[in-house]
Design a protein around this ligand. Structure first.
Ligand SMILES: [Cu+2]
Length: 151
């Protein structure tokens, strides 16, 4: 009888349903993480980025595939954003942005001819006024204004 009682106790701990839930739920948590962070691409064309305004979620990987004569240099972003090093010319560039907000970047040699880009992370446009005051050269001034007006 004492043996039976201890068996019951043991069975309760390793309840097959509980084990099944663990087997099903644990991998789902990992998958959810993988599915939620996407890879997004921005092309570097002749003198513009495509898309010029990219909407992403926190944790997405943003990729600029290599393109001759172009690069990515961040100009401004949300408060806690520490600007990464500007990318090398003719090289692919990847970044993961973890803070919601608007990020503004340009192509170093084409920053005066409108080759600028915006990334809106997590749908947060609360730093729009700060981005509007950020540096812009030549043709890029008007372009930045019209891009911000679309947000
Ligand atoms: Cu360029």
């Amino acid at each position: 009888m004492g043996k039976m009682a201890s068996m019951t106790k043991y069975d309760r701990k390793t309840n097959p349903l509980r084990v099944l839930i663990m087997i099903a739920v644990v991998p789902m948590l990992f998958c959810a993480k993988i599915v939620l962070s996407e890879e997004l691409e921005v092309e570097m064309l002749d003198k513009s980025y495509a898309p010029e305004i990219l909407y992403s979620e926190v944790g997405d990987k943003i990729i600029w595939p290599k393109s001759k004569g172009h690069n990515v240099e961040f100009v401004d972003g949300p408060d806690s954003f520490s600007m990464p090093k500007r990318s090398k010319m003719n090289k692919q560039y990847d970044i993961v942005l973890e803070t919601p907000g608007i990020y503004y970047y340009w192509c170093t040699p084409h920053k005066g001819v409108g080759m600028i880009g915006l990334i809106v992370v997590g749908g947060d446009t609360s730093n729009k006024a700060a981005i509007a005051k950020a540096k812009a050269f030549g043709k890029s001034k008007k372009k930045l204004e019209s891009m911000l007006a679309k947000l």
